[in-house]
Design a protein around this ligand. Structure first.
Ligand code: HEC
Length: 446
């Protein structure tokens, strides 16, 4: 079934919106090299430091370090399994899509060195021997400068009587002055720092236009406790999506010639979706760093959501239910009131919940980002290496797959729930088939 639709209101915004050894057996005897035995200090360490210790370090986001021999050795058989399956380092997109910035994927020869080290007995080797492996450092975005820090201001404890608590926190960057942004600015980079990853399901930061600031502040004042309840969105359409985070999210940095506009007088709403299933009672205080410039950039970026919520129906028991969303580029251009016959896409952020199994965002039959094994815990905005220009005659296509079989159900109180029909919804156990597209346009000159 092919359906087509965008969200009813297209929200302009931005984003925040991320040497095999040859087998001696095949060779004549006289060509045989003495077998190279891989060890930690000369071989594995360089590979682990290049691909793993960014997260697997003391105090890092992974629950164990791989930054010393003892620990690497203790985890060696798990390392083999994870590296062979491609689950670690986490990098869900396949090579079918277009080239992406800041990939975490391992080069095949580096993977082999690590696997050979495990196969050779995960030995330590000589600490003073020089490494036999040199690998270029990863391409990484410069960390965002914290020109503006958005802070909830309090530690919030989600409402335990709800499974999913959606809370909007109102943040005025200039509360003691006249209110709102003192002057117009553009976001260049940003990072969401989730305060408690056990309960934070997603964070979305909206810019609220100056005209809607008072109404949003009133919502906050009218409800007890910090912020206000906000299922779906901040409750006003006069907003733009600025930066988002979901599990696995990474800092965002736009190209040098791009920026996301923040108007003078605007305030911010930080929407946090709490899933209280794993609540440790410690509450959450999430902050967001934004790097700003006051110089107008040549190109503006905003987020276009591609989805057809009403049409999403995932039958109970279906191991491969599919939703395909199709939007003609010409229709999108008209909706966005954009001139010309081309739409330039600079990033792709697919989003599904727990039943999602694979997802692909395409232009015509060209996948931009294809994720063959969806993992809820590894989501991010993928910045395309080069902006992709879609023609007015083409279609934007999003194809989401779900596994709603009995085997793939959430475990609640130690028991697997029976499969049920699942539709679009904000709750973690509802589903979504959504892809944000970062759209790049020439900044209109006033
Ligand atoms: C971007 C961060 C990141 C990088 C890079 C990364 N890991 Fe992980 N790793 C994690 C997290 C977080 C977990 C916890 C499980 C999860 O969330 O998937 C994990 C879990 C693991 C596990 C345990 C899986 C289990 O069954 O408990 C192994 C083994 C592992 N990683 C090995 C590696 C190796 C080897 C590399 C490098 C080749 C690597 N990881 C790179 C973040 C990372």
């Amino acid at each position: 079934m092919r359906t087509f639709a965008l969200f009813p209101t297209v929200v302009p915004a931005l984003l925040a919106l991320v040497g095999a050894c040859s087998s001696p057996a095949d060779e004549p005897d006289h060509l045989q090299q003495p077998a190279l035995v891989r060890n930690y200090h000369q071989d594995a360490k360089a590979v682990l430091d290049r691909y793993c210790t960014g997260c697997h370090t003391e105090g890092g986001i992974a629950h164990f370090a791989l930054s010393n021999y003892q620990s690497a050795q203790a985890y060696s058989s798990l390392i083999r399994g994870q590296v062979e399956s491609g689950d670690m380092p986490p990098w869900p997109p396949s090579d079918e899509g277009v080239p992406l910035r800041y990939p975490r994927k391992m080069a095949a020869e580096d993977k082999q060195i690590l696997l050979d080290w495990v196969k050779d007995g995960a030995q330590e080797g000589d600490k003073n021997a020089a490494s036999r492996v040199t690998i270029a450092p990863p391409e990484q975005p410069l960390p965002p400068r914290a020109d503006l820090v958005l802070d909830m201001g309090v530690t919030y404890s989600p409402n335990k009587s709800l499974t999913d608590d959606y809370r909007c926190f109102v943040i005025d960057p200039n509360p003691s002055g006249s209110g709102g942004m003192p002057e117009e600015a553009w976001v260049k980079a940003g990072v969401v720092k989730p305060g408690n990853q056990l309960i934070d399901h997603h964070v979305i930061v909206y810019q609220v236009n100056p005209g809607a600031a008072a109404a949003v502040k009133k919502k906050d004042a009218d409800e007890a406790g910090p912020g206000y309840t906000c299922l779906g969105g901040p409750g006003t359409s006069s907003t733009s999506f600025l930066i988002g985070w979901a599990p696995g999210g990474v800092p965002i940095r736009l190209r040098d010639d791009e920026g996301m506009s923040i108007k003078k007088g605007s305030i911010f709403v930080m929407q946090v979706h709490y899933n209280v299933h794993n609540d440790n009672g410690k509450g959450d205080r999430t902050t967001v760093d934004l790097e700003l410039t006051k110089t107008a950039p040549p190109y503006l970026v905003f987020q276009l959501p591609l989805a057809n919520p009403e049409a999403l129906k995932i039958p109970a028991g279906d191991p491969d239910a599919i939703q395909t969303v199709v939007a003609p580029v010409s229709f999108v251009l008209k909706q966005l009131k954009l001139p010309g016959n081309e739409l330039t896409i600079q990033s792709v952020t697919p989003h599904m919940h727990l039943l999602g199994s694979q997802v692909s965002t395409l232009v015509g039959n060209r996948p931009l980002v294809h994720i063959p094994k969806w993992k809820f815990h590894w989501q991010q905005a993928y910045l395309l290496q080069e902006p992709y220009v879609a023609q007015g005659t083409e279609n934007l296509i999003l194809e989401c797959h779900y596994n709603n079989s009995a085997e793939n159900q959430p475990v609640i109180d130690g028991k697997k729930s029976p499969p049920k029909e699942v539709t679009w919804g904000e709750g973690t156990e509802d589903e979504m088939c959504l892809s944000f597209l970062g759209i790049r346009i020439k900044r209109p000159t006033p």
